[in-house]
Write a protein that binds this ligand. Structure first.
Ligand SMILES: O=C(O)c1cc(=O)[nH]c(=O)n1[C@@H]1O[C@H](COP(=O)(O)O)[C@@H](O)[C@H]1O
Length: 295
């Protein structure tokens, strides 16, 4: 076993132990800006995102800004995103930047240089990436991220209803595409302690029994919890009783309680309590000891 005290997996394990497993998304949808009484401009975006990060980042282990909603405002939006990332990290949360990058290997290296390599200007602790140009196209990104103590979360079985057609397609070796992605990620995490730096996305909305995550040794980001309909009971149904590596992710279902910071704070605490009440990540996060998805 390689001890990597400064690795993303280790830092994530520590954060989950201290704060619970919830990953709070910051998705400044235009409709949410309206609901918060804010203008649909860079000023409204800034007020929304900084209010959200100030409330969320001191409570949750992971904050996940969705880059698209910031990019939509051009350079001023990116400037706001940078401040959100700085505020979140200063408040002790890990930043998982949701950018879902996917390209040929050499271009992926440039994305790593933007977000997770040493000296990356848009510093995140981890980014979401798409493996659908082939898992090998991500190898350089994984290497650069890990060398900087950062991580990568790879889409495997996503929460959207369209995902099954591609991700459950069978390969000639009899595995689904999603399972083969999980197995590739497991190889990157082999021997890393206490937890690998490369995670997968498995939506909380997917049917139980599709995937074997037993050898993953890494985090499982589970979006679809909240606004897309999945409940705490669904998380249990999909991921089984152990759940040590699962990070339930929710954005709109928490953010809709703003702009009042007190109401927003109460909403996030309620979600954290509902997860704790179900024994989520009881005793922290760690390698999963058996198949996680119930059959
Ligand atoms: O990578 C993601 O975060 C992600 C993967 C996935 O399978 N499904 C999914 O919804 N997401 C993201 O998670 C967030 C979900 O938002 P809510 O539905 O508002 O909780 C959005 O930012 C999505 O882009």
């Amino acid at each position: 076993m390689t001890a990597r005290s400064a690795g993303f997996g280790a830092r994530l394990a520590e954060a989950v132990l201290a704060r619970g497993p919830l990953c709070a998304g910051i998705d400044p949808h235009p409709g949410l800006l309206d609901a918060w009484g804010l203008p649909r401009d860079a000023g409204g975006l800034e007020k929304f995102a900084l209010t959200a990060v100030d409330v969320l980042a001191e409570r949750v282990a992971v904050v996940k800004p969705q880059s698209a909603f910031f990019e939509a405002f051009g350079a001023p939006g990116i400037a706001v995103l940078t401040r959100v990332q700085e505020h979140a990290r200063a408040a002790g949360a890990l930043v998982l930047l949701d950018v879902k990058r996917g390209d040929i290997g050499s271009t992926m290296g440039a994305y790593a240089g933007a977000y997770v390599a040493d000296g990356a200007p848009l510093t995140a602790d981890a980014i979401t990436v798409s493996p659908y140009l082939g898992a090998g196209s991500l190898a350089q990104t994984v290497e650069l991220a890990r060398a900087a103590g950062r991580g990568v979360i790879v889409l495997a079985r996503t929460s959207n209803p369209e995902s099954a057609a591609v991700q459950n397609a069978l390969l000639p070796n009899g595995k689904t595409v999603a399972q083969s992605i999980v197995d590739e990620v497991a190889r990157w995490n082999e021997g890393v302690a206490p937890l690998g730096d490369v995670g997968v996305v498995v939506g909380a909305t997917v049917p139980a029994g599709e995937l074997d995550l037993g050898g993953l040794n890494g985090p499982v980001l589970a979006p679809g919890f909240g606004a897309q309909g999945a409940t705490v009971a669904d998380l249990r149904r999909v991921f089984g009783p152990g759940l040590p590596g699962v990070l339930p992710a929710s954005s709109r279902d928490i953010l809709r309680h703003g702009p009042d910071p007190v109401a927003l704070r109460e909403a996030v605490v309620r979600v954290q309590e509902s997860l704790a009440g179900q024994g989520f990540a009881d005793g922290g996060i760690g390698p999963i000891s058996g198949p996680v998805l119930a059959t």
